[in-house]
Design a protein around this ligand. Structure first.
Ligand code: C5P
Length: 292
């Protein structure tokens, strides 16, 4: 029997992201409607004689397997907490197939860290209660708690105050120009930090009602990201021209997404986009439904 354990680190999509304030420590207060895609990085965890991280996948060569890797930080932090509680956390081989672009606004690193926390709890046969796991995840990054959940949700605070939302599944296309964007740099470039929060969410809504609602909302990080990476504006226009009902940037960019009426329109859109942006990462997928 293969004792290895697998976890998917799903792409995080900010359907709307309003920056509503700033804390004394510099972190920004957000109001963000978040969903997750049926595409992501794949992690495999197996018992080993010594700790090891190996990398593969389309973007694996862009990562460092030893230095500043969130997978290693997540492993070390979880092990430390478990050992403090008298629980064994023996060596493990982690393999990360990196399929999502790096520094892309879709939470790749955060999702990898969250998948590591989920996977290693399974390997080590330990279950931390949510009340302990969420703060531990937050120490790894503001988006790690939401990636632990990986289901549609409203995120408030700096991204750690989470409420599930009964969002439907959407057909979606992701497009990234393969230009990395620094999140702190985008936050620094914000002109306003006191924007209006999201209005109350529609209740028991179907996909067209959500599309209408989302059309009225923003990603407040989009203007500073566009000023830094001009192609973002072109990507959003191209998504709209390809039939997207909604086209926005996710997180701090530069990944943009389009939501489509159905899978066939989304698949056709990827062909048009690939002709126009041959160097870009382009992926047709769908989002996961919420079960609030
Ligand atoms: O928490 P994480 O390491 O993912 O955040 C990266 C950077 O993004 C932070 O150091 C901070 O500069 C900025 N940030 C922020 N407000 C948030 C989340 C991130 O200012 N809510």
């Amino acid at each position: 029997m293969d004792p290895s354990i697998q976890e998917t680190a799903r792409a995080k999509i900010n359907l709307a992201l309003h920056v509503t304030g700033r804390r004394a420590d510099g972190y920004h207060l957000l109001d963000s409607l978040v969903t997750f895609a049926d595409t992501g990085d794949e992690l495999t965890f197996s018992p080993a004689d010594a700790d090891r991280l190996t990398l593969g996948g389309r973007f694996g060569a862009h990562l460092d397997a030893e230095g500043d890797n969130l997978v290693l930080k997540a492993r070390d932090l979880l092990r430390q907490v478990l050992r403090e509680r008298g629980h064994a956390a023996p060596p493990v081989h982690i393999h990360l197939d990196k399929e999502l672009p790096i520094a892309a606004g879709i939470g790749g690193g955060s999702a990898d860290a969250a998948a590591t926390l989920r996977g290693l709890q399974r390997v080590w046969n330990a279950t931390l209660p949510d009340a302990d796991l969420s703060p531990l995840a937050l120490r790894l990054g503001a988006d790690v708690p939401m990636c632990l959940v990986s289901r549609p949700l409203m995120a408030r605070g700096i991204g750690e105050a989470l409420t599930p939302v009964a969002l439907p599944a959407f057909s979606m296309v992701l497009v990234n120009p393969l230009v990395g964007v620094s999140t702190p740099e985008i936050f620094r470039r914000l002109e306003r930090r006191d924007n209006a929060p999201l209005p109350p969410l529609p209740s028991r809504a179907d996909a067209p009602v959500w599309m209408d609602y989302l059309q009225e909302q923003r990603n407040d990080l989009e203007p500073p990201a566009r000023s830094l990476v001009a192609i973002i504006g072109d990507l959003i226009t191209a998504l709209e021209e390809s039939g997207a009902r909604l086209a926005r940037m996710s997180g701090s960019g530069a990944t943009c997404f389009g939501l489509y009426a159905d899978k066939a329109t989304a698949t056709a859109a990827t062909q048009r986009l690939a002709t126009r942006f041959p160097e870009a990462y382009i992926q047709a997928t769908h989002t996961l439904p919420g079960d609030a």
